[in-house]
Ligand binder design. Structure first.
Ligand code: KIV
Ligand code: ZN
Length: 521
Protein backbone atom coordinates (compact mmCIF):
# COMPACT_ATOMS: atom_id res chain seq x y z
CA UNK A 1 0.00 0.00 0.00
CA UNK A 2 1.34 3.45 -0.81
CA UNK A 3 1.55 6.08 1.89
CA UNK A 4 -1.08 8.33 0.36
CA UNK A 5 -3.73 5.66 -0.20
CA UNK A 6 -3.88 4.95 3.52
CA UNK A 7 -5.99 7.99 4.49
CA UNK A 8 -9.17 6.00 4.11
CA UNK A 9 -7.75 2.82 5.60
CA UNK A 10 -8.36 3.61 9.21
CA UNK A 11 -6.64 0.69 10.91
CA UNK A 12 -3.48 0.58 8.91
CA UNK A 13 -0.47 2.16 10.62
CA UNK A 14 2.31 3.23 8.30
CA UNK A 15 5.80 2.42 9.48
CA UNK A 16 8.24 5.22 8.73
CA UNK A 17 11.76 4.06 9.47
CA UNK A 18 14.34 6.74 10.22
CA UNK A 19 17.25 4.47 11.17
CA UNK A 20 19.26 5.93 8.31
CA UNK A 21 18.53 9.54 9.28
CA UNK A 22 17.66 10.08 12.98
CA UNK A 23 19.34 6.78 13.89
CA UNK A 24 22.52 7.44 11.97
CA UNK A 25 22.60 10.96 13.39
CA UNK A 26 23.51 9.75 16.89
CA UNK A 27 27.15 9.86 17.97
CA UNK A 28 29.16 6.91 16.70
CA UNK A 29 26.47 5.34 14.50
CA UNK A 30 27.79 6.52 11.15
CA UNK A 31 27.34 3.96 8.36
CA UNK A 32 29.12 3.59 5.05
CA UNK A 33 27.20 3.88 1.78
CA UNK A 34 27.24 0.10 1.36
CA UNK A 35 25.92 -0.43 4.88
CA UNK A 36 23.13 2.11 4.32
CA UNK A 37 22.12 0.36 1.11
CA UNK A 38 22.07 -3.01 2.87
CA UNK A 39 19.88 -1.61 5.65
CA UNK A 40 17.54 0.15 3.19
CA UNK A 41 17.06 -2.98 1.07
CA UNK A 42 16.32 -5.02 4.14
CA UNK A 43 13.78 -2.46 5.42
CA UNK A 44 12.13 -2.47 2.02
CA UNK A 45 11.93 -6.27 1.94
CA UNK A 46 10.57 -6.26 5.49
CA UNK A 47 7.60 -4.11 4.48
CA UNK A 48 8.55 -0.68 5.87
CA UNK A 49 6.25 1.89 4.22
CA UNK A 50 8.55 4.91 4.26
CA UNK A 51 12.33 4.88 4.53
CA UNK A 52 13.88 8.16 5.56
CA UNK A 53 17.21 7.65 3.84
CA UNK A 54 19.08 10.71 5.09
CA UNK A 55 19.46 14.47 5.20
CA UNK A 56 20.74 15.33 1.71
CA UNK A 57 22.00 18.87 2.45
CA UNK A 58 24.06 17.62 5.42
CA UNK A 59 26.93 16.24 3.31
CA UNK A 60 27.75 14.87 -0.12
CA UNK A 61 27.85 11.41 1.45
CA UNK A 62 24.31 11.83 2.76
CA UNK A 63 23.12 13.10 -0.60
CA UNK A 64 24.69 10.17 -2.44
CA UNK A 65 23.22 7.66 0.00
CA UNK A 66 19.71 9.08 -0.37
CA UNK A 67 20.03 9.20 -4.17
CA UNK A 68 21.33 5.63 -4.37
CA UNK A 69 18.69 4.28 -1.98
CA UNK A 70 15.98 6.15 -3.91
CA UNK A 71 16.91 4.20 -7.01
CA UNK A 72 17.28 0.81 -5.36
CA UNK A 73 14.24 0.65 -3.13
CA UNK A 74 11.38 -1.14 -4.86
CA UNK A 75 8.29 -0.75 -2.72
CA UNK A 76 8.76 1.81 0.02
CA UNK A 77 8.46 5.56 -0.24
CA UNK A 78 11.92 7.13 0.07
CA UNK A 79 12.09 10.36 2.05
CA UNK A 80 14.85 12.97 2.25
CA UNK A 81 14.88 15.42 5.17
CA UNK A 82 15.15 19.18 4.63
CA UNK A 83 15.03 22.26 6.76
CA UNK A 84 12.98 25.14 5.37
CA UNK A 85 15.71 26.91 3.37
CA UNK A 86 15.07 26.70 -0.38
CA UNK A 87 18.46 25.09 -1.05
CA UNK A 88 17.72 22.40 1.58
CA UNK A 89 14.42 21.56 -0.05
CA UNK A 90 15.86 21.58 -3.57
CA UNK A 91 18.73 19.31 -2.54
CA UNK A 92 16.32 16.84 -0.92
CA UNK A 93 14.18 16.91 -4.06
CA UNK A 94 17.19 16.17 -6.22
CA UNK A 95 18.23 13.27 -4.00
CA UNK A 96 14.83 11.51 -4.04
CA UNK A 97 14.13 12.37 -7.70
CA UNK A 98 14.60 8.85 -9.01
CA UNK A 99 12.60 7.09 -6.32
CA UNK A 100 9.45 5.26 -7.41
CA UNK A 101 7.73 7.04 -4.51
CA UNK A 102 9.65 10.16 -3.48
CA UNK A 103 8.87 12.21 -0.38
CA UNK A 104 10.32 15.46 0.95
CA UNK A 105 10.18 15.80 4.71
CA UNK A 106 10.59 19.38 5.83
CA UNK A 107 10.52 20.72 9.36
CA UNK A 108 10.77 23.85 11.48
CA UNK A 109 10.66 24.40 15.24
CA UNK A 110 7.40 25.67 16.68
CA UNK A 111 7.97 25.72 20.44
CA UNK A 112 8.57 29.05 22.23
CA UNK A 113 12.02 28.02 23.44
CA UNK A 114 13.17 26.87 19.98
CA UNK A 115 11.71 29.86 18.14
CA UNK A 116 13.24 32.35 20.56
CA UNK A 117 16.71 30.88 21.07
CA UNK A 118 17.37 28.57 18.14
CA UNK A 119 15.58 30.24 15.24
CA UNK A 120 15.47 33.74 16.72
CA UNK A 121 12.22 34.28 14.87
CA UNK A 122 8.81 35.38 16.01
CA UNK A 123 5.89 33.00 15.58
CA UNK A 124 4.37 34.94 12.66
CA UNK A 125 7.58 34.55 10.68
CA UNK A 126 7.67 30.83 11.44
CA UNK A 127 4.10 30.52 10.22
CA UNK A 128 4.99 32.23 6.93
CA UNK A 129 7.93 29.88 6.48
CA UNK A 130 5.72 26.83 7.08
CA UNK A 131 3.64 27.87 4.09
CA UNK A 132 6.55 28.80 1.83
CA UNK A 133 8.63 25.72 2.58
CA UNK A 134 5.78 23.26 2.11
CA UNK A 135 4.75 25.03 -1.10
CA UNK A 136 8.28 24.76 -2.44
CA UNK A 137 8.48 21.08 -1.56
CA UNK A 138 5.10 20.46 -3.19
CA UNK A 139 6.41 21.99 -6.39
CA UNK A 140 8.92 19.15 -6.51
CA UNK A 141 6.89 16.17 -5.30
CA UNK A 142 3.32 15.25 -4.42
CA UNK A 143 4.19 13.56 -1.16
CA UNK A 144 5.31 16.16 1.39
CA UNK A 145 5.64 15.66 5.12
CA UNK A 146 5.81 18.62 7.46
CA UNK A 147 7.10 18.34 11.04
CA UNK A 148 6.62 20.76 13.92
CA UNK A 149 9.95 20.28 15.66
CA UNK A 150 9.54 20.26 19.46
CA UNK A 151 5.82 19.88 18.80
CA UNK A 152 5.04 18.55 22.27
CA UNK A 153 6.33 21.77 23.87
CA UNK A 154 4.48 24.00 21.43
CA UNK A 155 1.51 26.18 22.43
CA UNK A 156 -1.64 24.49 21.21
CA UNK A 157 -3.15 27.46 19.39
CA UNK A 158 0.04 28.09 17.49
CA UNK A 159 0.52 24.40 16.72
CA UNK A 160 -2.98 24.24 15.23
CA UNK A 161 -2.35 27.32 13.08
CA UNK A 162 0.91 25.83 11.77
CA UNK A 163 -0.68 22.46 11.02
CA UNK A 164 -3.56 24.10 9.19
CA UNK A 165 -1.13 26.23 7.14
CA UNK A 166 1.03 23.22 6.25
CA UNK A 167 -1.97 21.19 5.06
CA UNK A 168 -3.28 24.16 3.12
CA UNK A 169 0.10 24.48 1.39
CA UNK A 170 -0.09 20.83 0.37
CA UNK A 171 1.48 18.72 3.14
CA UNK A 172 0.11 15.17 2.99
CA UNK A 173 1.61 14.04 6.29
CA UNK A 174 1.77 16.05 9.49
CA UNK A 175 4.30 14.95 12.07
CA UNK A 176 4.17 16.21 15.65
CA UNK A 177 7.45 15.07 17.17
CA UNK A 178 8.29 14.69 20.81
CA UNK A 179 11.74 15.95 19.92
CA UNK A 180 13.10 16.00 23.46
CA UNK A 181 11.35 12.90 24.82
CA UNK A 182 9.29 14.98 27.24
CA UNK A 183 5.68 13.97 26.74
CA UNK A 184 3.64 11.26 28.46
CA UNK A 185 1.21 8.79 26.87
CA UNK A 186 -1.92 10.56 28.13
CA UNK A 187 -0.65 13.95 27.04
CA UNK A 188 0.42 12.77 23.58
CA UNK A 189 -2.90 10.97 23.04
CA UNK A 190 -4.78 14.15 23.94
CA UNK A 191 -2.53 16.29 21.74
CA UNK A 192 -3.42 14.30 18.61
CA UNK A 193 -7.10 14.30 19.48
CA UNK A 194 -7.01 18.04 20.05
CA UNK A 195 -5.17 18.89 16.81
CA UNK A 196 -7.33 16.60 14.68
CA UNK A 197 -10.47 18.07 16.19
CA UNK A 198 -9.49 21.72 16.06
CA UNK A 199 -7.71 21.95 12.70
CA UNK A 200 -10.44 22.37 10.06
CA UNK A 201 -8.55 20.59 7.22
CA UNK A 202 -7.04 17.84 9.40
CA UNK A 203 -8.87 15.12 7.45
CA UNK A 204 -6.68 15.89 4.43
CA UNK A 205 -3.46 14.62 6.00
CA UNK A 206 -2.10 11.59 7.76
CA UNK A 207 -0.86 12.39 11.27
CA UNK A 208 2.44 11.02 12.42
CA UNK A 209 4.17 10.32 15.73
CA UNK A 210 7.92 10.71 16.23
CA UNK A 211 9.10 10.04 19.77
CA UNK A 212 12.45 10.21 21.48
CA UNK A 213 13.22 8.06 24.46
CA UNK A 214 14.71 10.45 27.01
CA UNK A 215 12.31 9.29 29.72
CA UNK A 216 12.02 5.74 28.38
CA UNK A 217 8.49 6.36 27.07
CA UNK A 218 9.07 6.61 23.31
CA UNK A 219 7.21 3.40 22.44
CA UNK A 220 4.36 3.99 24.90
CA UNK A 221 4.00 7.58 23.67
CA UNK A 222 4.00 6.50 20.01
CA UNK A 223 1.26 3.96 20.64
CA UNK A 224 -0.75 6.55 22.56
CA UNK A 225 -0.40 8.92 19.60
CA UNK A 226 -1.76 6.20 17.32
CA UNK A 227 -4.70 5.76 19.67
CA UNK A 228 -5.17 9.53 19.39
CA UNK A 229 -5.53 9.22 15.62
CA UNK A 230 -2.00 9.19 14.17
CA UNK A 231 -1.53 6.60 11.43
CA UNK A 232 2.20 6.89 10.81
CA UNK A 233 4.86 5.93 13.33
CA UNK A 234 8.42 7.18 12.94
CA UNK A 235 10.86 4.79 14.53
CA UNK A 236 14.25 3.12 14.21
CA UNK A 237 15.59 -0.41 14.35
CA UNK A 238 16.92 -1.19 17.85
CA UNK A 239 15.64 2.25 18.89
CA UNK A 240 18.88 3.95 17.89
CA UNK A 241 18.84 7.71 17.59
CA UNK A 242 19.73 11.04 19.15
CA UNK A 243 20.55 10.85 22.88
CA UNK A 244 18.46 8.03 24.39
CA UNK A 245 17.25 7.09 20.93
CA UNK A 246 13.95 6.92 19.06
CA UNK A 247 10.98 4.60 19.49
CA UNK A 248 12.08 1.09 18.51
CA UNK A 249 10.40 -0.20 15.35
CA UNK A 250 10.40 -3.81 16.51
CA UNK A 251 8.69 -2.91 19.80
CA UNK A 252 5.96 -0.84 18.11
CA UNK A 253 5.23 -3.52 15.54
CA UNK A 254 5.18 -6.39 18.01
CA UNK A 255 3.06 -4.46 20.51
CA UNK A 256 0.47 -3.89 17.79
CA UNK A 257 0.64 -7.53 16.73
CA UNK A 258 0.66 -9.06 20.19
CA UNK A 259 -1.87 -6.73 21.83
CA UNK A 260 -4.38 -6.41 19.02
CA UNK A 261 -7.04 -6.10 21.72
CA UNK A 262 -5.49 -2.85 22.99
CA UNK A 263 -4.12 -1.66 19.62
CA UNK A 264 -6.57 -2.73 16.91
CA UNK A 265 -4.33 -1.78 13.99
CA UNK A 266 -2.22 -3.47 11.36
CA UNK A 267 1.20 -2.81 9.89
CA UNK A 268 2.74 -4.16 6.71
CA UNK A 269 5.83 -5.49 8.50
CA UNK A 270 7.00 -9.06 8.03
CA UNK A 271 7.88 -9.54 11.68
CA UNK A 272 9.97 -12.65 11.07
CA UNK A 273 12.62 -10.31 9.65
CA UNK A 274 12.93 -8.21 12.80
CA UNK A 275 15.80 -10.15 14.35
CA UNK A 276 17.79 -10.03 11.15
CA UNK A 277 17.18 -6.31 10.76
CA UNK A 278 18.35 -5.77 14.33
CA UNK A 279 21.58 -7.68 13.68
CA UNK A 280 22.29 -5.92 10.40
CA UNK A 281 21.82 -2.49 12.00
CA UNK A 282 23.83 -3.42 15.10
CA UNK A 283 26.71 -4.58 12.89
CA UNK A 284 26.54 -1.63 10.53
CA UNK A 285 26.50 0.94 13.34
CA UNK A 286 28.67 -1.03 15.79
CA UNK A 287 25.98 -0.28 18.38
CA UNK A 288 25.49 -3.46 20.38
CA UNK A 289 21.96 -4.45 21.34
CA UNK A 290 21.50 -4.67 25.10
CA UNK A 291 20.99 -8.29 26.19
CA UNK A 292 17.57 -7.66 27.71
CA UNK A 293 16.28 -5.43 24.88
CA UNK A 294 12.63 -6.19 24.15
CA UNK A 295 12.01 -8.34 21.05
CA UNK A 296 15.58 -8.46 19.71
CA UNK A 297 17.85 -8.71 22.77
CA UNK A 298 19.62 -12.04 23.05
CA UNK A 299 17.75 -12.80 26.29
CA UNK A 300 14.34 -11.82 24.91
CA UNK A 301 13.45 -15.48 24.40
CA UNK A 302 15.81 -17.10 26.90
CA UNK A 303 14.68 -18.62 30.17
CA UNK A 304 17.02 -19.60 32.97
CA UNK A 305 15.07 -19.79 36.19
CA UNK A 306 14.03 -23.32 37.11
CA UNK A 307 10.41 -22.32 37.64
CA UNK A 308 10.20 -20.60 34.25
CA UNK A 309 11.95 -23.44 32.43
CA UNK A 310 9.61 -25.95 34.01
CA UNK A 311 6.61 -23.86 32.96
CA UNK A 312 7.94 -23.43 29.42
CA UNK A 313 8.40 -27.17 29.04
CA UNK A 314 4.79 -27.74 30.11
CA UNK A 315 3.33 -24.99 27.91
CA UNK A 316 5.22 -22.21 26.13
CA UNK A 317 2.47 -19.69 26.80
CA UNK A 318 3.26 -19.86 30.51
CA UNK A 319 6.15 -17.46 30.02
CA UNK A 320 6.06 -16.35 26.40
CA UNK A 321 3.57 -13.81 25.03
CA UNK A 322 4.82 -14.16 21.46
CA UNK A 323 6.64 -16.97 19.72
CA UNK A 324 10.34 -16.59 18.98
CA UNK A 325 9.58 -17.68 15.42
CA UNK A 326 7.29 -14.67 14.96
CA UNK A 327 10.31 -12.34 15.22
CA UNK A 328 12.71 -14.61 13.38
CA UNK A 329 14.37 -16.40 16.28
CA UNK A 330 14.58 -20.11 15.56
CA UNK A 331 13.61 -21.27 19.01
CA UNK A 332 13.38 -20.46 22.67
CA UNK A 333 16.63 -20.95 24.55
CA UNK A 334 16.46 -22.73 27.85
CA UNK A 335 19.72 -21.37 29.17
CA UNK A 336 21.27 -23.91 31.49
CA UNK A 337 22.58 -22.31 34.61
CA UNK A 338 22.41 -22.51 38.37
CA UNK A 339 18.69 -21.68 38.36
CA UNK A 340 17.76 -24.54 36.05
CA UNK A 341 15.71 -27.32 37.55
CA UNK A 342 15.62 -31.09 37.06
CA UNK A 343 12.96 -30.92 34.40
CA UNK A 344 14.94 -28.58 32.21
CA UNK A 345 18.11 -30.62 32.75
CA UNK A 346 16.32 -33.83 31.80
CA UNK A 347 14.94 -32.10 28.69
CA UNK A 348 18.41 -30.87 27.75
CA UNK A 349 19.87 -34.38 28.16
CA UNK A 350 17.16 -35.77 25.90
CA UNK A 351 17.90 -33.07 23.34
CA UNK A 352 21.57 -34.06 23.47
CA UNK A 353 20.65 -37.71 22.97
CA UNK A 354 21.35 -39.13 26.45
CA UNK A 355 19.24 -41.78 28.13
CA UNK A 356 20.31 -42.09 31.74
CA UNK A 357 19.08 -44.34 34.52
CA UNK A 358 17.54 -42.57 37.52
CA UNK A 359 20.75 -42.84 39.52
CA UNK A 360 22.92 -41.68 36.66
CA UNK A 361 20.57 -38.77 36.14
CA UNK A 362 20.69 -37.70 39.80
CA UNK A 363 24.46 -37.95 39.76
CA UNK A 364 24.74 -35.91 36.56
CA UNK A 365 22.27 -33.33 37.87
CA UNK A 366 24.29 -32.85 41.05
CA UNK A 367 27.48 -32.40 39.07
CA UNK A 368 25.72 -29.98 36.73
CA UNK A 369 24.58 -27.90 39.71
CA UNK A 370 28.11 -27.87 41.12
CA UNK A 371 29.46 -26.76 37.77
CA UNK A 372 26.76 -24.09 37.35
CA UNK A 373 27.69 -22.65 40.74
CA UNK A 374 31.20 -22.11 39.52
CA UNK A 375 30.60 -21.25 35.88
CA UNK A 376 28.48 -18.40 34.45
CA UNK A 377 27.37 -20.06 31.23
CA UNK A 378 26.90 -23.80 31.00
CA UNK A 379 26.96 -24.73 27.33
CA UNK A 380 25.80 -27.97 25.70
CA UNK A 381 29.43 -29.03 25.34
CA UNK A 382 29.94 -28.59 29.09
CA UNK A 383 26.99 -30.85 29.78
CA UNK A 384 28.23 -33.44 27.32
CA UNK A 385 31.68 -33.42 28.91
CA UNK A 386 30.15 -33.72 32.35
CA UNK A 387 27.82 -36.60 31.48
CA UNK A 388 30.38 -38.49 29.41
CA UNK A 389 32.74 -38.32 32.30
CA UNK A 390 30.03 -39.32 34.71
CA UNK A 391 29.16 -42.39 32.69
CA UNK A 392 32.81 -43.33 32.35
CA UNK A 393 33.52 -43.12 36.08
CA UNK A 394 30.49 -45.05 37.33
CA UNK A 395 32.44 -48.33 37.66
CA UNK A 396 35.83 -46.88 38.50
CA UNK A 397 37.84 -48.55 41.21
CA UNK A 398 39.81 -45.43 42.07
CA UNK A 399 37.78 -42.29 42.62
CA UNK A 400 38.87 -38.73 43.23
CA UNK A 401 37.52 -37.35 46.50
CA UNK A 402 39.41 -34.06 46.70
CA UNK A 403 42.46 -32.27 45.48
CA UNK A 404 44.28 -29.21 46.79
CA UNK A 405 47.24 -27.80 44.94
CA UNK A 406 49.67 -25.11 46.01
CA UNK A 407 51.15 -23.52 42.91
CA UNK A 408 52.82 -20.26 42.00
CA UNK A 409 56.20 -18.78 41.27
CA UNK A 410 57.91 -20.36 44.29
CA UNK A 411 58.29 -24.10 43.82
CA UNK A 412 58.20 -26.89 44.45
CA UNK A 413 54.46 -27.14 43.82
CA UNK A 414 52.53 -29.41 46.18
CA UNK A 415 49.40 -31.47 45.72
CA UNK A 416 47.31 -32.99 48.50
CA UNK A 417 45.01 -35.65 47.15
CA UNK A 418 42.29 -37.78 48.66
CA UNK A 419 41.17 -40.91 46.81
CA UNK A 420 38.67 -43.64 47.46
CA UNK A 421 39.95 -47.02 46.36
CA UNK A 422 37.65 -50.02 45.81
CA UNK A 423 34.90 -48.37 47.80
CA UNK A 424 37.06 -48.20 50.96
CA UNK A 425 37.53 -45.24 53.22
CA UNK A 426 39.30 -42.29 51.59
CA UNK A 427 43.10 -42.13 51.75
CA UNK A 428 45.22 -39.00 51.49
CA UNK A 429 48.72 -38.28 50.22
CA UNK A 430 50.77 -35.19 49.62
CA UNK A 431 53.38 -34.96 46.88
CA UNK A 432 55.69 -32.41 45.33
CA UNK A 433 56.37 -31.96 41.68
CA UNK A 434 57.91 -29.91 38.96
CA UNK A 435 54.77 -27.84 38.43
CA UNK A 436 51.23 -28.39 39.70
CA UNK A 437 50.32 -31.10 37.16
CA UNK A 438 53.43 -33.10 37.99
CA UNK A 439 52.68 -32.76 41.71
CA UNK A 440 49.10 -33.97 41.10
CA UNK A 441 50.22 -37.01 39.15
CA UNK A 442 52.90 -37.78 41.75
CA UNK A 443 50.20 -37.77 44.44
CA UNK A 444 48.23 -40.34 42.45
CA UNK A 445 51.36 -42.48 42.03
CA UNK A 446 52.01 -42.27 45.75
CA UNK A 447 48.48 -43.43 46.57
CA UNK A 448 48.23 -46.00 43.80
CA UNK A 449 51.71 -47.24 42.90
CA UNK A 450 51.79 -48.54 39.32
CA UNK A 451 54.13 -49.15 36.43
CA UNK A 452 52.16 -47.33 33.74
CA UNK A 453 53.94 -44.63 31.77
CA UNK A 454 52.52 -41.28 30.81
CA UNK A 455 52.48 -41.10 27.00
CA UNK A 456 50.36 -38.03 26.41
CA UNK A 457 49.01 -35.10 28.34
CA UNK A 458 46.79 -32.66 26.47
CA UNK A 459 44.57 -29.78 27.57
CA UNK A 460 41.99 -27.77 25.68
CA UNK A 461 39.14 -25.42 26.62
CA UNK A 462 35.69 -26.91 25.96
CA UNK A 463 34.06 -23.49 25.59
CA UNK A 464 35.11 -19.85 25.49
CA UNK A 465 35.95 -17.54 28.40
CA UNK A 466 38.29 -17.68 31.35
CA UNK A 467 35.74 -19.78 33.24
CA UNK A 468 35.64 -22.34 30.41
CA UNK A 469 35.86 -26.01 31.27
CA UNK A 470 39.27 -27.52 30.63
CA UNK A 471 39.13 -30.87 28.92
CA UNK A 472 42.20 -32.93 29.61
CA UNK A 473 43.30 -36.13 27.90
CA UNK A 474 45.86 -38.45 29.45
CA UNK A 475 47.28 -41.53 27.75
CA UNK A 476 48.95 -44.19 29.87
CA UNK A 477 50.63 -47.32 28.64
CA UNK A 478 51.39 -50.49 30.54
CA UNK A 479 52.38 -53.95 29.35
CA UNK A 480 52.17 -52.89 25.68
CA UNK A 481 48.64 -51.55 26.11
CA UNK A 482 47.69 -47.86 25.79
CA UNK A 483 44.55 -46.34 27.22
CA UNK A 484 43.22 -42.79 27.29
CA UNK A 485 41.32 -41.09 30.06
CA UNK A 486 39.48 -37.78 29.88
CA UNK A 487 38.50 -35.24 32.49
CA UNK A 488 36.57 -31.99 32.26
CA UNK A 489 36.36 -29.29 34.90
CA UNK A 490 36.75 -25.50 35.11
CA UNK A 491 39.84 -26.30 37.23
CA UNK A 492 42.51 -27.66 34.90
CA UNK A 493 44.22 -29.58 37.73
CA UNK A 494 41.02 -31.33 38.76
CA UNK A 495 40.42 -32.20 35.10
CA UNK A 496 44.00 -33.48 34.89
CA UNK A 497 43.55 -35.72 37.95
CA UNK A 498 40.27 -37.03 36.56
CA UNK A 499 41.87 -37.78 33.20
CA UNK A 500 44.81 -39.58 34.79
CA UNK A 501 42.53 -41.60 37.05
CA UNK A 502 40.26 -42.35 34.08
CA UNK A 503 43.16 -43.89 32.19
CA UNK A 504 44.39 -45.71 35.28
CA UNK A 505 40.94 -47.17 35.92
CA UNK A 506 40.81 -48.45 32.37
CA UNK A 507 44.14 -50.22 32.88
CA UNK A 508 42.85 -51.68 36.13
CA UNK A 509 39.66 -52.83 34.43
CA UNK A 510 41.82 -54.62 31.90
CA UNK A 511 43.68 -56.62 34.47
CA UNK A 512 46.49 -54.41 35.75
CA UNK A 513 47.08 -55.02 39.42
CA UNK A 514 46.55 -52.44 42.06
CA UNK A 515 48.79 -51.90 45.04
CA UNK A 516 47.18 -49.33 47.20
CA UNK A 517 49.94 -47.72 49.22
CA UNK A 518 47.82 -46.57 52.09
CA UNK A 519 45.47 -48.12 54.48
CA UNK A 520 42.14 -46.37 54.67
CA UNK A 521 42.08 -43.34 56.97
O1 KIV B 1 13.05 14.73 16.67
C1 KIV B 1 12.69 15.52 15.77
O2 KIV B 1 11.99 16.51 15.99
C2 KIV B 1 13.13 15.21 14.41
C3 KIV B 1 12.53 16.04 13.32
C4 KIV B 1 13.53 16.44 12.32
C5 KIV B 1 11.40 15.29 12.71
O3 KIV B 1 13.89 14.31 14.20
ZN1 ZN C 1 13.95 12.96 15.92
Amino acid sequence: MSASSSISDNDRVLIFDTTLRDGEQCPGATMTLEEKIEVAELLDAMGVDIIEAGFPIASNGDFEAVAEIAQRVKNATVAGLARTAPQDIDRAAEAVRLAARPRIHTFISTSPVHMKYKLQMDPERVLEIVTSSVTRARNHVEDVEWSAEDGTRTEHDFLCRCVEAAIKAGATTINIPDTVGYTTPDEYFALFQMVRERVPNSDRAIFSVHCHNDLGMAVANSLAGVRGGARQVECTINGIGERAGNAALEEIVMAIRTRADAFPYTTGINTTMLTRASKVVANATSFPVQYNKAIVGRNAFAHESGIHQDGMLKHTQTYEIMTPESVGVTKTALVMGKHSGRNAFRHKLEELGYKLSDNQFLDAFQRFKDLADRKKHVYDEDIEALVDQNLATAHDRVKLVSLTVVAGTRGPQRATMKLQIDGGRPVTEEAEGNGPVDATFNAIKALVPHEAELELYQVHAVTEGTDAQAEVSVRLSSGGRSVTGRGADPDTLVASAQAYLGALNKLLARGASLHAQHAAE
